[in-house]
Design a protein around this ligand. Structure first.
Ligand code: SAM
Length: 284
């Protein structure tokens, strides 16, 4: 239950130092109110309900200077993901050490800045071990925390802190009486709008067509009834598919999360909707 969930008093109180040790500010005088070391930059990308972490693991080498976090409510899944990240970091260090030792004997192979290794396995347990080259960022830019994002998201992230939020294959909660457990709702969308910066993107994907329509309804005014504008929906605009063709994040979301691989295997449909956070309305 939530009693066992740790969450900071406010974003300023969050101690990220153990999550991103490579990004701790060398200036030791920069600390949180509780005395923890600060990072040189803020976490910018969040994967809500990240499961086994396929999204952040695949995004890590593509955006090596961007800090990303997966948030997951299930303890065992989170433990698995933490050890997966630990393993990937250690493996990178090992590969670097090996390359350094070889370079003292012969010219070093170039680090694969342009060509991060793409993993092909769809089993998390195998995937953790498939990297065979040094990748940009060494997975130091990703991390995972246990959290109930329906309750404590604004404790972790400040106003306009995030540039991207991913909600990939959210639990469908099919029965109407369970809809309140859905991770897309009018009040949660207001929180997403609060933590996402203007111009930032919120990505959604689901294999449940009815849930896709639920998502559309909760982000957009109904074009048929021309429901009155106003309210939280005015803060979102849908990004057309054509604009997303070149977005590598979309490919990762569609093909690299564990759930997306399962849907591909089962030849299921994938419904995508991406929303841009509009600027805050000007007050008269
Ligand atoms: N996004 C992953 C993927 O695409 O492979 C996992 C999808 S899985 C169907 C949904 C995940 O969301 C589960 O791991 C579940 O534990 C997590 N989840 C559900 N409600 C949550 C909440 N309130 N806070 C954090 N995680 C949650």
């Amino acid at each position: 239950s939530d009693h066992h969930l740790d969450y900071p008093l406010s974003p300023a109180h969050m101690d990220w130092s153990s999550y991103y040790p490579a990004f701790v500010d060398p200036d030791a005088s920069k600390t949180t109110p509780d005395g923890a070391r600060k990072l040189v930059k803020d976490v910018e990308i969040v994967d809500i309900g990240c499961g086994f972490g396929g999204l952040t693991v695949a995004l890590a080498p593509l955006l090596p200077e961007t800090l990303m976090v997966g948030m997951e409510i299930r303890t065992q899944v989170l433990e698995y993901l933490n050890s997966r990240i630990c393993f990937l970091r250690a493996q990178q260090q090992h590969l670097k050490n090996k390359a350094a030792a070889t370079s003292s004997e012969s010219p070093a192979p170039a680090a694969t800045e342009e060509e991060p290794v793409q993993k092909t396995s769809d089993k998390p347990a195998d995937e953790a071990g498939t990297t065979t080259a040094v990748v940009p960022g060494n997975y130091e830019n990703i991390s995972a925390i246990r959290a109930n994002t329906m309750k404590f998201l604004p404790n972790f992230f400040g106003h306009h802190q995030l540039s991207k939020i991913f909600i990939c294959f959210p639990d469908p909660h099919f029965k109407a009486r369970k809809h309140k457990a859905r991770i897309i709702s009018e009040s949660l969308n207001a929180e997403y709008a609060y933590v996402l910066r203007p111009g930032g993107l919120l990505y959604t994907i689901t294999d449940v067509e009815e849930y896709h329509h639920w998502i559309l309804r909760h982000f957009q005014h109904d074009p048929e009834t021309q429901a009155a504008s106003g309210g939280i929906k005015d803060l979102w605009e849908r990004v057309p598919e054509s604009e997303l063709e070149q977005d590598p994040c979309l490919r990762v979301m569609k093909f690299e999360t564990e759930e997306s691989k399962k849907v591909t295997r089962n030849k299921g449909n994938k419904y995508v909707a991406v929303y841009r956070r509009k600027a805050d309305p000007e007050w008269p």
